[in-house]
Design a protein around this ligand. Structure first.
Ligand code: ZN
Ligand code: ZN
Length: 433
């Protein structure tokens, strides 16, 4: 049996011989110019942190949402109603929170519950692409791009579709693989719901935290006052357990204070037990076993944790909302931004150009010299930018506020601005002369 060689001259060892031979036979319908090395499938079986996070974060988010709902509806609302004596605010607070929560959950679940195979490009190259009658992403030979990773194994990869190494499949209109949802954010399936989710998180958490955050902050300062200061009730306990030990510095000052605060919370329970008349944030008289809002009236680690997570989630969602909306308005997706950044970092020395096949037909029909040409476009040119309004409409639809209407963009055809197309054509003609 003679050893197979790839076009680069690398000998393929007998162990992978059969597989390689199958790849070559399977690719017989493709032009001979395609390099054999590209047909060896790349399997993404290694450890990927993003994949692990995508499994862990969504269940953790559900636990957080259930606890958050409990604190707002069953503790903060009675606190407003009974302790602060503001019944109307309490009703508005509770109803507003639950309505916004439904809106947020609707968008979250519509991404989280997407079938695993969502946004998958068609396997076979469509006729008008194969016959080069439309614009499509192509390789150096002007042939439609294909994906050779994982199970894609040579299937068509249209423009703006990318292979997600975490989900091990190609996705149309790929933006990024999001660990918050455990799936990919793509423009046809989940882009709009993703933006709406990030949006609804803002009023939802602002409303929830408007009551809980000031309480939590005053509780933290109360705990610090009662357990950290030298003449406080808890100081001796904390000093013996934490402050006087070298290991309290092992994680830096932030770690020292965090554990000090948690220990303060822990000891405060015992201190309160022995000092029932201790003035806490909420009058002690309101605290009883039948207290309807005990999670707020006493400093509780669980409440502190939920509030910290809520602040973190709100800030991350706000950043994603701003960046996401900006990118959509500019007609770029996260993968394209990263690609342009990588290209600039290498000073333009890596060939990461986007290649598009531009058919002559229908553009300059008087020009019959060409069937078309390959335009190699540098990664930081915003080829798909059609102006903010049109860009936003492509993802958010005409009725951008309607969460239940998903994007209508099939993402298999290439739509570029007419001016950009004309520019590419002129550049090509100029080069030809
Ligand atoms: Zn793929
Ligand atoms: Zn993915």
């Amino acid at each position: 049996m003679t050893a197979l060689r790839t076009t680069s001259g690398r000998k393929i060892e007998p162990a992978s011989h059969t597989q390689a031979a199958l790849e070559i036979v399977g690719a017989a319908a493709l032009p001979a110019t395609l390099e054999t090395t590209r047909k060896l499938p790349q399997i993404n079986d290694g450890f990927r942190a993003n994949r692990l996070l995508g499994r862990v974060i969504p269940p953790a988010l559900f636990v957080f949402i259930i606890h958050g709902w409990r604190i707002v509806s069953l503790h903060a609302t009675p606190y407003l109603y009974y302790t602060l004596q503001r019944p109307r605010s309490a009703v508005l607070y509770c109803v507003g929170f639950n309505v916004l929560l439904c809106a947020m959950m609707y968008n979250y679940l519509s991404v989280y519950l997407l079938p695993r195979d969502h946004s998958r490009p068609p396997r076979a190259v469509p006729d008008d692409v194969r016959e080069k009658r439309v614009i499509f992403e192509c390789d150096r030979q002007g042939e439609p791009t294909r994906c050779w990773q994982d199970a894609c194994n040579g299937s068509w990869r249209p423009a703006r579709a990318r292979h997600c190494r975490d989900c091990k499949r190609c996705r149309l209109g790929f933006d990024h693989c999001c660990p918050w949802f455990g799936t990919c954010i793509t423009s046809p399936a989940s882009g709009k719901a993703f933006i709406h989710f990030c949006f609804f998180v803002q009023p939802l958490l602002t409303l929830a935290l408007s009551v809980i955050l000031p309480l939590t902050i005053s509780q933290v300062s109360k705990v610090v006052e009662l357990t950290w200061t030298t003449d406080s009730l808890g100081y001796e306990l904390l000093a013996a357990e934490w402050w006087h030990h070298w290991y309290s510095w092992s994680g830096g000052p932030g770690f020292r204070w965090l554990i000090g605060l948690l220990l303060g919370y822990w000891h405060l329970d015992r201190i309160v037990e022995h000092q029932p008349d201790l003035a806490l944030v909420v009058p002690r008289s309101a605290v009883a076993s039948s207290d309807p809002h005990y999670l707020l009236s006493q400093p509780r680690v669980a409440t502190l944790l939920i509030v910290t997570i809520a602040v973190f989630v709100q800030l991350v969602a706000l950043a994603l909302l701003i960046v996401g909306t900006q990118q959509i308005a500019q007609g770029v997706w996260t993968v394209e931004v990263q690609r342009a950044r990588r290209w600039r970092r290498h000073g333009g020395n890596i060939d990461d150009r986007l290649r598009l096949w531009i058919p002559a037909d229908g553009i300059h029909s008087d020009n019959r010299r060409h069937q078309g040409f390959i335009a190699a476009i540098e990664p930081d040119v915003r080829i798909y930018d059609r102006g903010p309004r049109e860009n936003l409409t492509a993802i958010l639809g005409e009725r951008w506020w309607a969460s239940w209407e998903s994007s209508q963009d099939p993402c298999t055809s290439v739509t570029i601005a007419p001016a950009m197309l004309e520019g590419l054509w002129q550049a090509h003609l100029g080069k030809d002369r």
